[in-house]
Design a protein around this ligand. Sequence first.
Ligand code: GUN
Ligand code: ZN
Length: 433
Amino acid sequence: MITPFRLHAALLTPHSKERMSWHPHGVLVVDERGAIAWRGAEEELPEHFLPLKEIRSPHVLLPGLIDTHVHLPQLDCRGKFGASLLEWLDRFIYPEELRFAEEHVARDIARRFFAALAGAGTTTAMVYGTVHERATDIAFEEAERARLRVVFGKVLMDREAPAGLLESAADGIAATERLIERWHRKTARLWYAVTPRFALSCTPQLLSGAAVLAKRHDTYVQTHCNESGGEIARVAELFPAAPHYTGVYEAAGLLTPRTVLGHNIHTDDAQLAMLREHDCAVAHCPDSNLFLGSGRFPIEMHERHGIRVGLGSDVGAGTTLSMFHIMHAMSHVQARSLHPFVPLYHATLGGAAALGQDESLGSLDPGKQADMIEVEIEQSFCRGRRLHELSAQEIASVLVYRSSNQRVGRMWVGGEEIQRAEDGTGAAPSPAV
Ligand code: GUN
Ligand code: ZN
């Protein structure tokens, strides 16, 4: 239970890729359950809300940002150039993930990871761990401590990775089930994602065992699909009977309405129709795709097939946890002028829809959870005008296209203010990467 309050600020909130509500002099009322009781223009605020505690913000208030694909253990690996995906995994990522066998490494990085997520204005994230059961417990403990909404899973791998990161399919499944029992829905902010890393590093037995668990416990599923040429060629060699990469996951039973597939760049109509049939979602990770040279995400094909698309930072192939930067990167990948409402939608309401949580998250609408962030708009953009004189399009434009200058101020999850580091970054200083 929290003390209800009314927050006066300029409010920007999405309805769709094309439409946002903009209340330059807005108010948002939060009830004792941390839900939004009312939202609108100041002059229309019903009188019975006047006795509530008042908070005023000189900044823009947005829904909390949603990152639908990110790797916790790769926090310190950002920006390590390693050519193609498979070479990069071998040279930088697998050696780093091996270090998570040690508790103090797992604790230190998990703590800094969630602090940095909060610092970036991300209130909800779907996150990959390593193969280690203990490190996964630690990550959940730190997620709970950070008070963020987190979908998390221990990675499953039983082939084509260093020995220290492999386990038998039976061991991986047993550990996953223990973790689900300990953490899935332990609080209203934590969920488990069964996480076979990608088809390349999993035998058919491991994939189908993972699917059984996800169904039995009604968890999320997260994995990678159709990211790079080398990966796709190897998957075709390992699964010669499958019609295509997506078909590998379908045969295993991993395609569900709670499945989020990372990347899905090199796809086609047959595979997209399969994803639609199973109502799966896709996490688009533009900054990662640029860094690894993975290719251009075919967003229009996903739209044509009616597939839910969230945005993902994909740290460490993504270079930052800032979803402002990721929104900007989305336009670079498309190599065309993109209306700023589009990336802003995918980083908020679109991300919530990808997670099947758009009834409670992703916009500042009555009945939803009060997950929200304050963002300072640069004075130089306003050119003497006041914030409330700008249009919704101008606000969205500066948020997305001057992404490197964004400063996130206060942040609330379920109406509860999240305390962050005093320097405003939320992150402890990181060692050099
Ligand atoms: N495919 C399998 N594992 C990974 C990973 O850690 N990062 C990315 N970008 N792709 C992957
Ligand atoms: Zn990834």
